[in-house]
Design a protein. Structure first.
Length: 460
């Protein structure tokens, strides 16, 4: 047993994303990170890069048998390469074969009977089960007591397949009860993204949900810190794949990080920050390929609080405008509208109102694990009964993120003079001191973001 653990020590939950566990060498670098820090007792892994996308394709119900087998073959190849590098230990090979057989079984059933959400989740969840099995073996081969534990023992959710909601009290009780004592003796390697409802059916938390899983486990176990290891050395002032001048931000407040994640900084799943805020757990984001580069610390307070900190963007936004004369001098219209949206589990991002209309933005594909459309015909029909609905798609949402944005004079001028040649379809500001958001044509958004980044964040 690690002697450093006999007195209360700090607890870190470390999460490794898909590219970090893509192959044996990538996993081995993650093992270096885990072994270098005795406080890392829980390791949460995503599926190896590409596997969840392949499972999503299979989940749509592929009736062409040859195509289905080809996709299954691609998944098997990714996993077997890692298994081979581990020397094919018999027990792990047998467990992996069982998981691959399950993939075959579920995908064949979905080809017969597509759109079975329970089975879709059972299929999607298998990617994380493979990677956690392999990563635990790698840690053991490096001489570390480690075990792969099924997160469904503790990650209790509701039964909303594809976008399940965690049940926090049960999760906390189960995590402490089932895993609390084991943490001292061995590192626990477990799955992100997946959970189970009260009847034991497998659920998933939505695409990119492993960050959220790790934050929930950190909260449930009272961890001191949560480390998100990914393919970038921290959270940047904008997506570095889009803006070459983007720079890593050493320190961010919870508020700023939450705004960035909500408005499209893919590096963190939008729900990750809330459990950390609730439990006061500091969050670190770093690169598993180059941990020595450092990364971003997200905490309650930061030393610097610049007005402009970062830009985020979300593509594929839909603007829905509802018109009704019933809004004129009436009460309760918005309540009715939001009740309908809530029944269809739609969360609204931006909203503006006029005398007889309300405009709101939605992600055209939600964060549902299977990528299903949120704006369904059933929703449009229900809304159509109370108002006239117009839908515009192909838009993009840009968020300017920082501090005191709502209380600093001249912000609007500085932002909009940079992009004055572009048509701004909607503007939202004032609800939070940390953001100013607007919608532009999706075709123009890359240029808009690059210009804004250059003027607001590179020439300060
Ligand atoms: P993982 O598989 O580790 O969860 P993701 O692909 O989900 O990794 O997130 C990492 C990616 O997020 C980066 O490669 C980067 O392109 C993208 N990204 C978007 N916005 C930002 C940002 N502001 N800072 C850093 N990365 C960002
Ligand atoms: N494997 C899941 C996905 O690709 C969850 C994650 O990686 O966070 O969406
Ligand atoms: Mg991610």
């Amino acid at each position: 047993m690690n002697t450093q653990l006999s007195s209360p020590v700090s607890l870190t939950v470390a999460k490794f994303g898909g590219t970090s566990v893509a192959d044996y060498l990538a996993m081995d670098r993650c093992a270096d990170i885990v072994l270098a820090d005795p406080s890392v007792r829980i390791v949460v892994v995503s599926a190896s890069s590409g596997v969840t996308n392949l499972l999503v394709s299979l989940s749509s119900g592929i009736s062409d048998g040859a195509k289905r087998l080809e996709l299954l073959g691609q998944i098997a190849e990714i996993q077997y390469q890692i298994l081979d590098a581990l020397g094919r230990p018999a027990e792990v090979a047998a467990a992996l074969d069982l998981l691959l057989t399950e993939m075959d079984k579920h995908s064949a059933q979905l080809a017969q009977q597509p759109q079975d959400p329970r089975r879709v989740d059972a299929l999607l969840a298998l990617g994380e089960q493979c990677s956690s099995l392999l990563f635990a073996e790698l840690l053991r081969q490096r001489g570390e007591p480690a075990r792969s534990r099924d997160v469904r023992e503790v990650m209790r959710t509701d039964s909303h397949h594809g976008r399940a909601e965690p049940q926090l009290q049960e999760l906390a009780q189960l995590a402490k009860g089932c895993w609390g004592a084991a943490l001292e003796a061995e590192r626990i390697v477990t799955q992100g993204f997946i959970g189970a409802d009260s009847e034991g059916h497998t659920t998933t938390l939505g695409r990119g949900g492993s960050d959220f899983s790790a934050a929930l486990l950190a909260e449930a176990l009272g961890a001191d810190s949560l480390a998100i290891w990914t393919d970038v050395d921290g959270i940047y002032s904008c997506d570095p794949r889009l803006v070459t001048g983007a720079r890593p931000i050493p320190e961010l407040s919870f508020d700023e990080a939450a705004e960035m994640a909500t408005f499209g900084a893919k590096v963190l799943h939008p729900a990750t920050i809330l459990p950390a805020v609730r439990s006061g757990c500091a969050v670190f984001v770093g690169c598993s390929r180059a941990p020595e580069m450092g990364g971003t610390w997200i905490r309650n307070r930061t030393e610097l609080t610049p007005v402009f900190r970062a830009l985020s963007l979300r593509r594929n936004q839909t603007l829905m405008t509802v018109h009704s004369l019933n809004m004129l001098h009436a009460q309760g219209f918005l309540a009715e509208l939001f009740a309908i949206l809530a029944r269809h589990r739609i969360s609204v991002d931006l909203i503006t109102t006029s005398e007889v209309s309300v405009a709101l933005t939605l992600d055209s594909t939600g964060s549902d694990s299977g990528g299903r459309e949120l704006l369904t015909p059933a929703l449009l029909e229900e809304l159509g009964q109370m108002c006239r609905v117009e839908v515009e798609s192909g838009l993009a949402l840009v968020a300017v993120i920082g501090n005191r944005i709502a209380n600093t004079a001249g912000i609007g001028k500085r932002v909009f003079e940079v992009i004055e040649q572009h048509n701004v379809r909607m503007i939202c500001q004032g609800a939070s001191p940390h953001n100013l958001c607007f919608l532009v044509d999706g075709q123009e958004v890359d240029g808009v973001v690059r210009q804004l980044h250059n003027r607001l964040l590179e020439t300060q």
